[in-house]
Design a protein around this ligand. Structure first.
Ligand code: GLN
Length: 380
């Protein structure tokens, strides 16, 4: 049977490929981004409690009211703006689903969507599935946001700009000045914004997370995407939420109801209670900052050259003094021969910069895992 692929250039995601390879060859898995330590027992107890209390049927389509109210209060407390839980907040099956649904809600065939490479690997295929045209620009030197490059990519057909802070895979953050530049370039246009902020609680070195929510001009045209998985170390729960002004959220929900309809109920009950206590997310940045520092100190003793990590749980490392192999080949050899799995950077680009020799390590791991990995990396 002849099937015409809608995504002819897409294979299996690099996260699946590298996690599988890590398992096959028994390598320490610093590839796919997920923690290897246990979650808070209290959160487990809250899920059990919700299930035993009979909360096992469909949740309301946009999410449990109590969870949406709690999210509203949290966002207001952190970023100073109160979204309406009734019409402007939707609970999602993780960040990727929120992004998929938001793109599906607003991108029409032929619309241009600006994507900043290296970009999370779901962005471009999602745009293509809905008939949009990804327009790729690149981060600038040291993986910093390049506002001029983005502004130069805007055309009358631009429908959406996708940004990400803290950035996966780069580990850099957007700052106030970047947000001001974005506001200036979008002013007077009909361009919408999708801000992927799933690593909002992983911002280091006393910097503040520059959420789009803080900027009225930006949030008025934005979908802002968040993740419970990253904050509470539960990536496998696939839970997150999206914020948007009412007109945008109305369109979002038209797609969401046929995409997932609603998200699992007992977890929503548990998260509603757990999220009420700021103690449960306030320490996350310092927790991960200590892990970044531990990994970084180790990496400095190796032949890898670390790039600046300002946020997220990803550390980039240049390996050009070690090998001239392309990054995917090097990452696979690193897993097979040296026992550490990582993620090559080229799958995050439409056109990978020739000669770039950078891989990504995830440091959301037990200290012992990190120390063992460093020992192996230092032996190269
Ligand atoms: N967000 C995770 C990462 O960047 C991967 C998620 C996935 O495997 N789809 O590693």
């Amino acid at each position: 049977m002849a099937i015409q692929s809608k995504l002819p250039h897409v294979g299996t995601t690099i996260f699946t490929v590298m996690s599988k390879l890590a398992q096959e060859c028994g390598a320490i898995n610093l590839s796919q981004g997920f923690p290897d330590f246990p979650i808070d027992e209290e959160l487990i107890a809250l899920v059990e409690e919700a299930m035993r209390a009979g909360h096992n049927q469909y949740a309301p389509m946009p999410g449990l009211p109590v969870l949406r109210e709690t999210i509203a209060a949290k966002v207001q407390g952190l970023y100073g703006f109160g979204y309406d839980p009734e019409t402007e907040i939707t609970v999602t099956a993780g960040g990727t689903q929120a992004i998929f649904t938001a793109v599906g809600a607003v991108v029409h065939p032929g619309d241009e969507v600006i994507i900043v490479d290296p970009a999370y690997d779901s962005y471009a295929p999602t745009v293509e599935l809905f008939g949009g045209k990804p327009v790729h620009v690149r981060l600038g030197s040291n993986m910093k946001f390049d506002a001029d490059a983005v502004a130069a990519a805007i055309t009358p057909r631009t429908r959406l700009l996708m940004i990400n802070t803290p950035h996966n895979p780069a580990g850099t953050i957007l700052r106030d000045a970047d947000m001001q530049r974005i506001a200036a370039m979008l002013r007077g246009t009909n361009i919408l914004l999708l801000s992927d902020e799933v690593y909002e609680h992983l911002v280091f070195d006393t910097e503040q997370h520059a959420s789009v929510v803080r900027y009225p001009e930006l949030r008025d045209r934005a979908f802002v995407v968040f993740s419970f998985g990253k904050v509470f170390h539960v990536t496998g729960w696939k839970m997150g939420y999206v914020l948007a002004p009412k007109e945008l959220m109305t369109e979002y929900r038209k797609v969401h109801q046929f995409n997932v309809f609603s998200v699992n109920t007992p977890m929503q009950h548990a998260l509603a209670t757990y999220l009420k206590d700021p103690m449960n997310y306030e320490g996350v940045s310092s927790f991960y900052e200590a892990k970044r520092d531990r990994f970084l100190i180790g990496l400095h003793a190796s032949r890898f050259e670390p790039l600046a990590c300002e946020g997220s749980y990803f550390q980039l490392a240049d390996y050009s003094t070690i090998s001239d192999e392309p990054d995917t080949a090097f990452a696979k050899r690193l897993a097979r021969e040296f026992g550490v799995a990582s993620i090559p950077l080229s799958p995050f680009y439409k056109d990978p910069p020739p000669g770039q020799r950078i891989i990504r390590f995830c440091f959301a791991k037990e200290d012992e895992t990190l120390d063992n990995a460093i020992e192996k990396l230092c032996a190269i």
